[in-house]
Design a protein around this ligand. Structure first.
Ligand code: KG4
Ligand code: ZN
Length: 345
């Protein structure tokens, strides 16, 4: 195990194919992401088979280009890290299979990275947020597949405070956007439409608000929107009405997330900071509100730039470096795990 050499990271757990090379101190030597959004858009969501085939077609050239941009060959690497779960099994097999093959051919150690751990440790990427946050800190993961609030106690040490009881928050954005006739992925288009709307126009439900704990629930909110839209009859919604629903929906989600974060601080007053991750963390209304919740308690909100909030390979390589520094590597027999809770690490 050589801790003085760069690490290659590979991400292929959902609909982004990504490769990155990081120096051992966390400097980004190269980073590339290929989004498959255009491949999945006609279907209104991610199709696992299409995703796996697209990863297979793109990954070899993408990794070659990441190494070329870093000015390195496999012989210069200290290790090869790939997301091994949780995620879609086809994509995971492509990414880890490629990484294992490269590890065998080059004689380098292999690292099987938990995707959620990679989001969590992004907070410690040097240069991201002034000083590195002290453990413990909180992770609020807000993506299309996950809604979780986790205490990051240390590398490899996580404690889940809560997660969604039904839909993920990004899923709620996507389903609501679909009801409003907006294109996939719904989050960004719903946020844009919400800017034209009145957030107090419709008093939508806020499931679990003011209840103890950090679990989330969004399906009741989505159902309320569906009923509201159905009551308007057939045909396209008038634009102002759709904008008012979008703004009211976004306000409800924002209230829920702020309330859950307040409960997380009650549960763990020792947490020094919060890192947000996932596509929904790019939402300006949500970022602003969570920032205010943190500021009121003297805590720091670490909101990485969008490219490091959403799925990327920089976080995979960085998690690899953190694990190498903790003396950890994985055998080539390490399996892919479509379900892989953080607490089981
Ligand atoms: O983390 P991510 O890129 O991918 C995975 O879930 O794997 O998250 C995508 C989700 C989608 O549901 C998308 O609609 C949502 O994040 N999203 C947003 C925004 N941008 C993306 N939701 C709300 N507001 C946004 N600006
Ligand atoms: Zn992710």
């Amino acid at each position: 195990m050589d801790l003085t050499k760069p690490v290659l990271g590979i991400e292929s757990s959902c609909d982004e194919t990504a490769a990155a090379v990081l120096a051992p101190d966390g400097r980004i030597l190269s980073e590339l992401v290929l989004s498959q959004i255009a491949d999945h858009a006609p279907w209104g969501g991610v199709v696992p088979e299409i995703a796996a085939r697209a990863h297979l077609a793109a990954l070899p050239q993408l990794v070659a280009e990441a190494l070329r941009q870093a000015g390195l060959g496999y012989a210069d690497l200290g290790a090869i890290a790939a997301t091994a779960g949780p995620g879609l099994i086809g994509g995971l097999l492509v990414g880890t299979g490629f990484a294992k093959g490269a590890a065998i051919a080059s004689g380098k150690p292999y690292l099987a990275i938990n995707h959620l751990e990679a989001h969590a440790l992004t907070a410690r990427l040097p240069g991201l947020s002034g000083a590195q946050p002290e453990f413990p800190y909180l992770l609020l993961l807000l993506s299309g597949g996950h809604s979780q609030c986790v205490v990051v106690e240390g590398v490899g040490r996580y404690h889940k405070l809560g997660s969604t009881l039904d839909d993920a928050v990004g899923e709620a954005f996507d389903k609501t956007a679909k009801l409003l006739g907006l294109p996939y992925p719904g989050g960004p288009s719903l946020e844009a439409l919400a800017r034209e709307g009145n957030a107090t126009a419709y008093p939508l439900p806020r499931p679990l608000l003011h209840r103890a704990g950090c679990d989330f629930s969004f399906s009741g909110l989505k159902t309320a929107v569906a009923q509201l839209v159905a009551a308007q009859g057939v045909g396209a919604l008038p634009r102002q009405l759709a904008a008012d629903v979008a703004a009211s929906f976004q306000a409800a989600v924002t209230d829920i997330l702020a309330d859950r974060l307040e409960n997380a601080f009650l549960a763990r007053p020792d947490a020094s900071a919060v890192i947000i991750a996932g596509g929904v963390a790019s939402n300006t209304a949500i970022r602003t509100r969570l920032d205010a919740v943190c500021a009121a308690r003297g805590k720091t909100l670490i909101a990485p730039p969008l490219r490091l909030c959403t799925d990327n390979a920089v976080m995979v390589a960085w998690a690899g470096i953190e694990r190498l520094n903790a003396g950890l590597t994985d055998p080539l027999t390490a399996p892919c795990k479509p379900r892989w809770p953080l607490e089981s690490l």
